[in-house]
Design a protein around this ligand. Sequence first.
Ligand code: NIG
Ligand code: FE
Length: 415
Amino acid sequence: MAILLTGIKQLLTFKGGSLPRSGAAMHEIGLVKNGAVMISGGQICAAGPEKDVMRHPMAKKAESRRVGGVAMPAFVDSHTHAVFAEPRLKDFSMRLTGASYKEIKAAGGGIVSSIASIRKQEPCAMVEQLLERAHKFLDCGTGTIEVKSGYGLNLVSELKMLRAIKAAALKTPLEMVPTLLAAHSVPPEFKDDAERYLSYAIEKIMPAVVKEKLAVFADIFCEKGYFNPAQTMRYLDAARRFGLGSKAHTEQLSNSGGTLAAARSGAVSVDHADFINARDLKALKASGTIVTLLPASNHYLGIAKYPPVKTIMSAGIPVALATDFNPGTAPCWNMQFVLSLACLRMKMTPEEALTAATINGACALGLGGRLGTLEAGKQADIAVFDVGDYRELCYYFGDRLNRMTIKKGRVPRLK
Ligand code: NIG
Ligand code: FE
C-alpha cells in the first residue's frame, strides 16, 4: 500500500536529476512549504506541495502519516572508516598534550596502531560492532554510508573487514557501500617498503576482494610517509582494470600530488583537499571528479585552516561533505555536526552544505541516479527533522535533531 507523508513544514526535494551539482546549482534545494511525499514500493511517487500530492490518483487509498518538521533526502555519507575495533584513546591523550599527526605516528600511534586489534577481532564481533554503529548513523538522518577497509592491511584481515560490511548490510536498513582501502598505510611487516607492499596489495588482496565481489571502490592514502603519486596511479589503474571505481585521500596534510594522479586515473572523488592548488582544480574539472570535504577531521586534529571550499566551488567543481568517521581523526558519525562545521568554519551556506551532504554525496558513490533527491522514481530515503526551518540543522550544533529516517520507503515508528 502507498504511504503518504503529510504536514511537512518544509520539504527539501533537491529536484534536478542525478548529476552532481556545482556553482549556482548548489543553492537549489527545491524548497516546498507545506509539503507531502507519496511512497510506494520503496520509491517516491510524488513529492511537492501537499495540495498537489493529494491530487495524485493513488493518494485516496494511501496510508497517511503526519510527520511534520523538515523532510529531505537522507544524508549520504560518502567517506567513513566505520569498521575499527577500538577507539584510539592513547592518540587522543597525546593530541591533548599538543602532539601532531606526524609525532603520534612516530610514537607508534596513528593508522597502524589500529591494525593489531582488527587482526585479532572475531568476525562476528566485528559485524555486531558495525551494526551498533549503523543504528547511530540512521539515528542522525543518514541513510547510506561508504565504509572502507584499511585497518587489516593483509589478505586475511582486509577480507575479514569487507565480509563484515557485507554481513552487517544484510541486517540493517542502513545501506553500506564497501571500499577496499588496502593502501591506507604500509603495515609493519613490510618495514616501510611501500613498493613491495603495494605489489602485494594489488596482486594478492585486490583480486581476492574482486573475486568475492566485496568492494565497489578502491581507495589510497597519498601523503608523505604513506603512498606517493606514482603509487597512487599504479594502485588506482589496477583497480580500474579489476572493475572497481576509484577514490583517493589526497592533499590532507600537504600537497603531495595525489589529486593529479587520482584525476588522471578517473577517480570519482578526491577526499580531504586541504592543500589543493590551482593545477589540481584544473585537472579535477577535466576529469569530472568530485571533491569530498571532511571538516570533522580538521576539527578533531585542531587544524585551524580548513579546505579552501570557496576556491573549489568557484572553479565549478562539485563538493560533497562526509564525516570521515574513524578512530584517529574523526570519531563522529553525525552529519549534522559536519553541516555546522561546513557553515561556521568554511563559510558554506546551509543550501550548499545540504546539497553537498545529499545529492553530491550520492554522486560521490556513483548513486546519484537512485539517491540524494526526492523526485518521482528515486528510492524513498527520507530524513525528517524536528525543526521548522532547514537552516536550524546547521545552526544548532552538537545536537541530533533527527525524528526519523525512512529507508527504502520503510517508515519507522516516531521516536
Ligand atoms: O581520512 N588520512 C587517512 N585516513 C583517515 C585517518 C584514519 C585513521 O587515522 O585511522 C582520514 O583522516
Ligand atoms: Fe578517511
